[in-house]
Design a protein around this ligand. Structure first.
Ligand code: NZQ
Ligand code: ZN
Length: 382
């Protein structure tokens, strides 16, 4: 086992009706609130009233910034940070999925900085303070509600980047599974894929920590059991709750206790698909994972076999890769670019994607990928 420290300061409120306390809790951080939302689902899901009513009852002044897009872009972060500065807000409430909460995390830092938000993402500027952030999650997938990471896209540079800073842990996160009852079939499936992918990035990380591996396998098993049940019964609160909790646990630190790193190579590939084709995050991972496993199978057969023993009751590497692909396919998430409606059979198209992979320095923290691997991956993902 590697040495490790456990630190997670997020106070997570989980269950039906938990946002009834959001007014008094937000008021502890000040009077002026920047409310960040996406493109309309907050109202459709019913979360809007359950958040707005208590905020208003607490006498808070609300300044709204809406329109954050899925695969969020840095321009919106800059605009929202400018609004936060102009209105001198005290605290941010983010209401939405991972894209909204991730944007709000960088807004919280950029609101305390005079330059461009992308400087923060590129670590050209090292923030020392942030506005406090309260998150209300409406989609189970990313784990952003209980971690210090944010992922934002810069379309001008054709880069999608992750960023981590302990200043951007939400102070409180509210997870009411009933808010996720309206999530579409596709995004429900992408969320399940994402949480499995986070667990796999940990599984293929560095370090030998058997108890942590058991946590990780248990999270994947939870998703394998309840993901398909939820897709058959999307209005089932209990199933929504199980998947929401699993998604939080898949990226809140517990899958890396005693390990040094997660790998993140597959996420790096997926981010390129989102930059070039705006592929939803979870779909990009179900396309990339089987291809990555095929590239790695002769390099790390033992680790793949251990995964098979832990979750698939087989230790045949080919079987395990097939079962992983079948799992994603069974959820209804694409396992090739073709299935996502993207044709890269043309050499030029493939080169375009490869260039973006080079620019984004696609690599794992543990398992290296070089340009020859990019070619193989592109062929396998096609
Ligand atoms: O924009 P609105 O109208 O809100 O609609 C969203 C969006 O169209 C909709 N939605 C959200 N809640 C809903 C709902 N629709 C109906 N009912 C609800 N209750 O769902 C669509 C997708 O939302 P989005 O926030 O983009 O999805 P997700 O939560 O999967 O977030 C994806 C982003 O998170 C990043 C990804 O790269 C991607 O940019 N990630 C962040 C991580 C982190 N911070 O730790 C780790 C992850 O690996 C991931 O990379
Ligand atoms: Zn992810």
């Amino acid at each position: 086992m590697e040495n490790f420290a456990i630190y997670n300061p997020v106070k997570l409120h989980f269950g039906e009706g938990v946002t009834n306390k959001i007014g008094e809790i937000t008021a502890e951080y000040g009077k002026k609130v920047l409310l960040v939302t996406g493109q309309g689902s907050a109202k459709a899901s019913g979360a809007w009233d359950d958040v707005m009513d208590p905020l208003k009852e607490a006498g808070l002044e609300l300044i709204e910034f809406s329109g954050i897009k899925s695969n969020p872009i840095i321009e919106d972060v800059d605009k929202a940070a400018a609004l936060a500065k102009e209105k001198k807000v005290d605290v941010i409430v983010a209401l939405g999925g991972g894209s909204v909460i991730d944007s709000a995390k960088i807004i919280a830092l950029a609101a305390r900085y005079d330059g461009a938000a992308w400087d923060i993402m590129e670590e050209k500027y090292k923030p020392t303070e942030a506005l406090p952030l309260i998150a209300v999650l409406t989609l189970a997938a990313t784990g952003t509600e209980m971690n210090p990471y944010a992922v934002v896209q810069n379309n001008c540079k054709q880069v999608k980047k992750g960023y981590g800073n302990k200043l951007i842990y939400p102070r409180h996160s509210f997870l009411d599974p009933s808010f996720t009852l309206t999530v579409s079939r596709d995004y429900t499936a992408y969320g399940v894929v994402d949480l499995i992918a986070h667990s796999l990035e940990a599984w293929f990380g560095q370090g030998d920590a058997s108890l942590t591996d058991r946590f990780t396998a248990a999270i994947i098993r939870e998703a394998m059991k309840y993901g398909p049940e939820l897709l058959d019964d999307p209005k089932n609160y209990d199933l929504r709750a199980r998947i929401m909790f699993a998604a939080t646990c898949a990226l809140n630190g517990m899958t890396v206790f005693g390990k040094k790193y997660q790998d993140w190579g597959v996420h790096a590939i997926g981010h390129c698909l989102s930059v070039v084709y705006d592929v939803p995050h979870g779909a990009s991972l179900s396309i990339a994972y089987p291809a990555w496993l095929k590239v790695q199978k002769d390099r790390i057969p033992k680790r793949i076999q251990e995964l098979g023993t832990a979750i698939f009751e087989t230790n045949s590497v080919d079987d395990i890769i097939y079962k992983t692909e079948y799992l994603f396919k069974g959820l209804g998430s694409p396992v090739s670019l073709k299935e996502a409606g993207i044709d890269i059979s043309d050499t030029q198209e493939r080169e375009k994607l490869k260039k973006v992979m080079v620019k984004n320095k696609v690599n794992g923290l543990v398992h290296n990928l070089d340009e020859k691997d990019y070619d193989k991956l592109l062929e396998l993902m096609g």
